[in-house]
Design a protein around this ligand. Structure first.
Ligand code: SF4
Length: 489
């Protein structure tokens, strides 16, 4: 009998995490810089990649589905001649992963084309989309980015700069935006500063990127972070900055520090690896255990595992080897094939593990499917005891600000005690880092960050139509769909 299986990515339907990179350059080879910048930001989105460049008159856009290295070649980079440009890597959850939804997207303002690349997620998309449709605006995509573009396009202001400022005044939620006109590069960060955005300099040329690791790759110097609520405008006269929106509560996503940003990037002038190392040290202090060896669930758990080892004086070892050359995994319909999914990614070093009492450090647990399989794999490889230590608090609330995160009911920690989770994972002990210790590890005031997925304190109110539990109640089919596929850990 044929079983109908709908494949679908896990997590929220309404968010995306992406990387953006922009250059205002004195030569015509801007596309090459952007290509390398996007490669450095590949971890922020692997579904599509695109570059838009301006030669001062026209804007050319090339984008497609796939990794940066799959989308771009010498042949298709060659025609992208221009001295200003923006690029984007996308991880979609708003709408399908189809070409039309990939970025940069382009629209017209009066008789001039502009292109836009967005990292984040608006919380008032539906409201704005309906308003725009009442005004006769038609949408080609299902993305919130097109809503921003449509607000600029339909503005009656005299010039694009004013139209952009008007549009920004209407949108809510998280956005680190790059906008390219024929002769200007605009960089905008929302007043909460949810997603990172940094300014760099390469021999007088201006670079804007999601993370500092993308500056390093083209030998650009980090200048500073784009401030929450700031708009930077770069043109032939140089760089101008304005504080455009009142900042009442900066709320940078703490998950950028825990997991999303690359460990070699810097935020708040601090290296992300170092912050994660401190999380591990705090974890060792807060959740000690007697054991023979600390191992990580690579790669994301590694800095915290090394920190745990430093804090506990228990030696660190490589217990799991990661295959870095596979892409997404999906939960497949039979148990046997499901088991292969994790083995494709991770393989234990049996001789290292055998007979040991292990501390296994990971950065977070979403559904717990992978953690459970890793534990089983380690026991089969001969581990004597397994003590799971997580360098973040339990995930309990979905993210509406641009991170593809499971719905509330899908979080393993939702409505379960620590003991329930321990039993489910089948480990000897389980502990999570507390919010207070997390803050101590970061070394910045707590009120600078968003912790909503841990404590439900959403810095920007979530409209009812966005609340996913309601969405699921209205869409009973979703549950069946989500059971058969997963990218979650
Ligand atoms: S809810 Fe969590 S993942 Fe989303 S922005 Fe806040 S801290 Fe980041």
């Amino acid at each position: 009998m044929m079983t109908k299986i709908k494949f679908k990515k896990t997590g929220a339907k309404l968010s995306e995490k992406c990387g953006v990179f922009g250059v205002y350059c004195s030569n015509e080879n801007v596309a090459e810089f952007i290509f390398y910048g996007l490669q450095a930001l590949q971890h922020r989105g692997q579904e599509s990649a695109g570059i838009a460049v301006s030669d001062g008159e026209d804007i050319l856009v090339f984008k497609d589905l796939g990794l940066v290295s799959q989308v771009f070649s010498e042949q298709n980079l060659a025609p992208l001649v221009g001295s200003i440009g923006i690029g984007h890597t996308r991880y979609s959850t708003t709408g399908r992963n189809i070409w039309k939804n990939s970025q940069p997207i382009y629209r017209m303002f009066k008789d001039e084309v502009f292109a836009i690349a967005h990292n984040g997620n608006l919380t008032n998309t539906e409201e704005l989309r309906k308003e725009q449709m009442k005004r006769g605006v038609r949408f080609e995509t299902t993305t919130d980015t097109e809503v921003i573009a449509s607000l600029i396009e339909s503005s009656e202001r005299d010039n694009m700069e004013d139209a952009i400022k008007e549009a920004i005044g209407k949108i809510k939620g998280s956005y680190s935006l790059l906008i390219l006109s024929k002769d200007k590069l605009f960089a905008i960060r929302d007043p909460h500063g949810f997603r990172p955005l940094v300014l760099g300099d390469r021999e007088g040329e201006h670079i804007i990127a999601s993370e500092t690791c993308a500056l390093d790759i083209i030998d650009a110097q980090f200048i500073r972070e784009v401030d929450p609520g700031e708009i930077i405008i770069i043109d032939k006269n140089g760089l101008r900055s304005q504080m455009m929106l009142p900042v009442d509560r900066v709320s940078m996503c703490v998950f950028e520090l825990i997991y999303f940003s690359r460990p070699d990037s810097y935020l708040y002038n601090k290296n992300i690896f170092e912050i994660r190392h401190k999380m591990g040290q705090e974890l060792a202090r807060e959740c000690p255990v007697e054991a023979d060896m600390v191992i990580s669930v690579p790669d994301s758990g590694t800095p915290a595992a090394i920190g745990y080892s430093a804090g506990s004086k228990i030696p660190y070892g490589e217990g799991l080897i990661k295959n870095r050359y596979i892409g997404r995994t999906f939960i497949l319909p039979t148990q046997e094939i499901r088991e292969i999914g994790v083995k494709l990614k991770l393989n234990p070093l049996r001789d290292v593990i055998k007979g040991k009492r292990l501390v296994v450090v990971d950065d977070s647990i979403v559904r717990g499917n992978t953690s459970k399989k890793v534990v089983k794999m380690l026991y089969l490889a001969g581990a004597k005891e397994i003590h799971m230590r997580i360098s973040s608090p339990p995930l309990l609330h979905p993210c509406y600000y641009g991170i593809d995160m499971a719905t509330k009911k899908d979080f393993l920690a939702n409505h379960r005690t620590l003991e329930d989770i321990r039993k489910y994972l089948n480990v000897d002990s389980l502990k999570y880092l507390s919010i207070d210790s997390l803050v101590r590890a970061i070394g910045e005031p707590k009120d600078k960050f968003c912790f909503a997925c841990f404590n439900g304190d959403y810095p920007v109110p979530i409209p009812e139509n966005l609340q996913l539990d309601k969405y699921f109640m209205e869409n009973p089919d979703y549950e069946n769909e989500v059971k058969v596929s997963s990218n979650a850990k």
